[in-house]
Design a protein around this ligand. Structure first.
Ligand code: CMC
Length: 425
């Protein structure tokens, strides 16, 4: 028990201990019993739920999905298999995997009317805006999804995972005025995405196993990351009873921002900027430290990791491998390396415990894969989809779930009365 002493009163609050011994104080009775609420701007110290999906130890740089270390999954698993693990809680056996991948194949074709939705967007529409709108539109083609019937969950989840890559690749093809192509049932998830992005009806994309493996690994690394901004958004929207597609469409919007998923695009923009600027890496780092014009070292820092983000280590090694294979010494990778070397040895970054996060090297990987810059965050969203779905399921299956409704401390005007316009100064 934890004891909170307030106004000559002592409230005993249960201490909750998680599976990995992390501790929390359950303050759910605080307001009812004392009239106080807790105030935790930006939720740095607030646990919003109990969850059995992902474990992070930010001080040690540990990330596990359903108990499995991210390093093992990234090296040995496939995106579809890890998606199943994250959603259903265990690695699939042969029959389970065959059913799951069968569903991904069965639902991979979009309704033809989607073409008209795409035609309604201007040519330069941001792909994240299109993706969010299109995911929301999916529910119009499956109205029963609004009933949130959990027995239909498997089909809705598979449809969403399968179609999000088709929606994304179609958005890209339309934006560059090229015809869309259909996925092939015999291809893996990652292969099919590359095929839909880069094949043309008259010229198939030439597959390279290292590229397929890199995309597969990239997607696995992005599947889940516990209660981050977009996942909390999905859970918050779902808590009102919103359907799976509406909740995940909201997740796409939250991911779009540059402090979250949008950072992968922002990192490559920053590297290009430094490449073309008349100052060097050290001068850029000085600008960051002086907080000049709010310049940040994009791809560095994390609310939870106060050590290396394990995903960043895996991506760094993969970026070097891909560029070496292509026989290129890539200038942007060298700038990234130089930035990291400076920052990791600089007092400003050391004392604030700022390390490279997942986005620092992921944009370079996507560049090596030939993915256009404005699609980087869309790829993050494709990878994150099984995680959002798993959280939607976990929340929806909880018999004790209640609508998310934070409180506030009101700091506005106190009571005042309406005056007609003629009497206002
Ligand atoms: N560059 C320079 N200074 C930084 C950075 C950075 N990237 N990140 C944090 N700081 C400073 C911050 O200004 C503050 O300094 P001070 O103590 O002097 O006020 C101190 O470090 C503590 O930072 P914070 O603001 O408390 O950190 P936060 O937990 O609120 O924000 C973050 C976390 C990821 C938004 C932030 O580190 C950041 O903006 N990083 C750059 C954007 C980025 O790479 N985002 C991707 C995050 S990982 C994947 C994902 O979530 O999508």
């Amino acid at each position: 028990m934890a004891k909170i002493e307030l106004d000559n009163m002592i409230l005993e609050c249960p201490v909750i201990v998680g599976a990995e011994k992390e501790k929390a104080i359950d303050i759910s009775e605080l307001r009812a019993k004392t009239g106080y609420i807790t105030l935790d701007d930006s939720f740095s110290n607030t646990g919003s739920c109990k969850s059995a999906i992902t474990y992070i130890d930010g001080d040690k740089g540990i990330l596990r999905y359903r108990g499995y270390p991210i390093e093992e999954l990234a090296a040995k698993s496939s995106f579809a298999e890890t998606a199943f693990l994250v959603i259903y809680g265990h690695l699939p056996n042969k029959e389970e995997y065959s059913r799951f991948s069968g569903l991904l194949t069965d639902y991979e074709i979009l309704n033809e009317s989607f073409k008209h939705h795409y035609e309604g967007f201007p040519n330069n529409a941001p792909p994240m805006a299109m993706l969010s709108a299109m995911i929301n539109a999916l529910s119009c083609y499956q109205p029963e999804v609004n009933n949130n019937d959990i027995s239909k969950f498997d089909v809705s989840a598979a449809r969403l995972i399968s179609q999000v890559r088709v929606l994304a690749a179609s958005a890209y093809k339309m934006s560059v005025g090229l015809p869309t192509v259909f996925p092939y049932p015999e291809m893996s998830y990652a292969e099919n995405f590359l095929h839909m992005m880069f094949s043309l009806p008259n010229r198939p994309y030439e597959m390279d196993q290292d590229i397929i493996d890199a995309l597969n690994m990239f997607l696995i690394l992005h599947i889940d990351h516990e209660q981050n901004c977009s996942t909390s958004t999905v859970r918050l929207v779902a808590s009102s009873g919103a359907n799976l597609y509406a909740s995940c469409a909201a997740g796409v919007c939250a991911l779009w921002g540059r402090l979250h998923g949008g950072a992968n695009q922002a990192v490559v923009e920053m590297l290009n900027h430094i490449k073309n600027a008349d100052y060097n890496v050290k001068e850029f780092i000085d600008m960051v430290k002086n907080k000049k014009n709010g310049v940040k070292l994009m791809g560095f820092g994390h609310r939870v990791y106060k050590n290396f983000d394990p995903r960043s280590k895996i991506l760094q090694a993969a970026a070097h491998k891909l560029f070496k294979k292509a026989g290129q010494s890539d200038e942007l990778l060298s700038i990234a390396q130089e930035l990291a070397d400076y920052a990791l040895n600089d007092e400003y970054f050391i004392e604030r415990k700022l390390y490279p996060n997942v986005d620092f090297y992921s944009g370079l990987i996507m560049q090596a894969l030939g993915i256009p810059l404005n699609m980087f965050t869309v790829l993050f969203a494709i990878g994150r989809m099984p995680g959002w779905i798993a959280h939607w399921k976990e929340l929806s299956e909880n018999p004790k779930r209640r609508i998310y409704r934070p409180r506030q401390i009101y700091v506005g005007e106190t009571l005042r009365h309406y005056e007609p316009m003629s009497m206002r100064g």
